[in-house]
Design a protein around this ligand. Sequence first.
Ligand SMILES: *Cc1c(COP(=O)(O)O)cnc(C)c1O
Length: 408
Amino acid sequence: MPSTQVIDEVPLLDLQAQYDGIRDEVEDAVNKVLESQYFIMGPEVSSFEEQVAEYCNTDFAISCASGSDALLLSLMALDIAPGDAVITSSFTFFATGGAVARLGATPVFLDINSATFNIAPNQLETFLTGCHPLNKKLSVDADDVKAVIPVHLYGQMANMEPIMQLADEYDFSVIEDAAQSIGSEYKSKRAGSIGHFGCFSFFPSKNLGGYGDGGLVTTNDAEMAKKLQVLRLHGAKPKYHHSVVGINSRLDAIQAAVLKVKLQYLDQWSEERREKAQIYNKLFRETGLTANNISHKYGEQKVEGIKVFLPEEIQGAPNAGGRHIYHQYVIRTNKRSQIIEALAEGNIGHSIYYPVPLHEQECFSYLGYEPEDNPISHHFSRTTLALPIYPELTLAQQQYIVQAIKGA
Ligand SMILES: *Cc1c(COP(=O)(O)O)cnc(C)c1O
């Protein structure tokens, strides 16, 4: 990139640049499907499933129509029903909680670890021992808990070891919401390979994004794999014979063909995202605006001026066998609206993931949560800010972004 180039805008995500690099391969793959006229299930879909199972290091991969359906199908495979409770973190995309509520079960939203943005295992343990204030409020105890959905938010895996220990002790299933974390690692294990199920999304903006909706469930459990394969076809086995009520949720062959092309580049793209994150960290540190992580005390409210809290790699740190794939690069700041104004002025894309934690969503008001039930989620929904991150982002663009924030 010539240094003379003047930057005057940076989109939050630039999928056109990625497409320009793989256009010929994608068009060939899609044309092959068009020529075959094989659009539903078939060889493209099954070979893609085999490749993802290998990539995630799992025995089985069952594709479906979306990440949301991957969660729903996993819960259906576990026969989750009214009277059951399913625990997840409050600080996540709506689908994680929505899938639980759609089956009539009670979603239990617990708070997150302030450094990783992921479910805090100590919150989970407190809840399972019946000592959490939410036990009483929701009338839920450990016996009701049939599943826990740790969300690997922004590309970093949740602290899975204590969660799996608790799963053994309290006998519940673990469904990893890995929609933002395909290829992430925790103690050298891939996302989706540790829990009983791993749920992935191929929404276009995800790290492995299709050209439409798509999703997939990984599992090492042969029984569950069979059940998922039937549930996604209306519960039919054989065709037109239904012993269970399933849904219609399949990955299109055209999407599978596109995703097979992109899967070959995924590791390279993830490495490039990691590099961009390191560059942001360095540039931000040079501004002198960064603060230590004192978030567990919500100390930033008392910090003077604009302070930028950089995302931390805890479970995602390479020296711990981790791999954060930076689906998002999310900072926190005590002066978010001021920074947003500066970014908007510089035509810099940005977003808030997520402005309302699930325990504060109107549709869940029947559960009786109050904002302070999950104070970190509540607080982070008001201080987090996602900045542009993708493989094609240039150094000059990153400098431009950090300068804009410094200027604020
Ligand atoms: C994207 C996402 C989903 C849902 O995936 P869709 O394919 O959009 O249905 C679920 N959970 C998380 C954390 C996500 O980011």
